[in-house]
Design a protein around this ligand. Structure first.
Ligand code: BEZ
Ligand code: FE
Length: 302
């Protein structure tokens, strides 16, 4: 067939894609083509505009390297990452809600036990916080042998992996047999997503929305339970309603309490006064859930 125009072209592309052996790939490609063509038709995309689009996507690719993932950032700011999280992680009532992974997770973080100090080796100080809680099942029973991958930005809003140097404010914290975990860290602060690339340029010419409310990242895993990729946000943060990547859930907003108690500070090895965050993670059982890939210490995240 030949003589294609805006009325018959989509159907022909989809027909040719019918040869794709993999059923799921066929479905995804056909839908992507239909939506892309509909988008071009709807906005009557000009050749100059599409060339600008190609230039933008090229720049996004060129900004990527082993440390920088501009495509994840693009997916995040377009709300696509959060859309995919929502579609794939329907929260089981009572379980900790999932949210975006973001581009700054890293494998190979140091392992810590109960009472760890994630501030060790920190190049920048912050407000000292003692984080403690339990990993629980939906019926409130302790989950044994849970591991928490924790990471957060430094006081300047930059993640350790964005610069040369050692890991900082990051660790793989093991909970004990009663599901209890505790570690010292700094209170997270709000920060800007990276704005020095094409995604930053896009934000500057569109929404201007580039701030993330303060948060600590956590991936909580335990044998027999669904892994949850989540955040703990800070109550009162000015950006909770304007998160650049749409990741805030009410159930993930936590209170940091100020503690002035010399004896308690001494017992925990904290300065007096200090902040305290008490936070439990609740995991849904794995049974009956379609197996999905977990992030493990040995995996590579693109
Ligand atoms: C983050 O929380 O680390 C993050 C998430 C999405 C985009 C940029 C940063
Ligand atoms: Fe973050």
């Amino acid at each position: 067939m030949r003589q294609f125009n805006e009325d018959n072209l989509t159907a022909e592309v989809v027909k040719r894609l019918g040869k794709t052996k993999d059923k799921r790939l066929r479905e995804i490609m056909a839908s992507a083509v239909k939506h892309l063509h509909a988008f071009a038709r709807e906005v009557k995309l000009t050749e100059e505009e599409w060339f600008e689009g190609i230039k933008f996507l090229t720049a996004v690719g060129q900004k990527c390297d082993d440390k920088r993932q501009e495509f994840i950032l693009l997916s995040d700011v377009l709300g696509l990452s959060m859309m995919i999280v929502s579609l794939n992680h329907k929260t089981v009532p009572g379980a900790t809600e999932a949210t975006v992974l973001g581009p700054f997770f890293a494998h190979g973080a140091k392992e810590y036990g109960y009472g760890a100090d994630l501030r060790e080796g920190a190049t920048m100080k912050g407000e000292d916080v003692w984080v403690s809680g339990r990993v629980l099942s939906l019926d409130g029973k302790p989950v044994a042998n849970a591991a928490l991958d924790i990471w957060q930005a430094k006081a300047d809003g930059i993640y350790d992996v964005q610069t040369e140097g050692e890991f900082e404010l990051r660790g793989r914290v093991k909970a004990n047999a009663k599901g209890e975990f505790a570690f010292a860290s700094y209170k997270p602060k709000f920060y800007s997503i990276p704005m020095d690339g094409p995604v930053g340029d896009l934000i500057n010419t569109t929404t201007g929305n580039h701030m993330r409310p303060a948060h600590m990242h956590a991936i909580v895993s335990a044998p027999g339970y669904q892994q949850v990729i989540t955040h703990v946000f800070v109550e009162g943060d000015p950006y909770l309603d304007g998160d650049a990547v749409f990741a805030v859930k009410n159930s993930l907003v936590a209170k940091y309490q100020k503690i002035s108690n010399a004896a308690e500070a001494k017992k925990l090895g904290m300065p007096n006064p200090f902040l305290k965050l008490e936070w439990n993670f609740r995991l849904a059982p794995e049974a009956g859930v379609k197996a999905r890939k977990k992030i493990a210490a040995s995996d590579a995240v693109a």
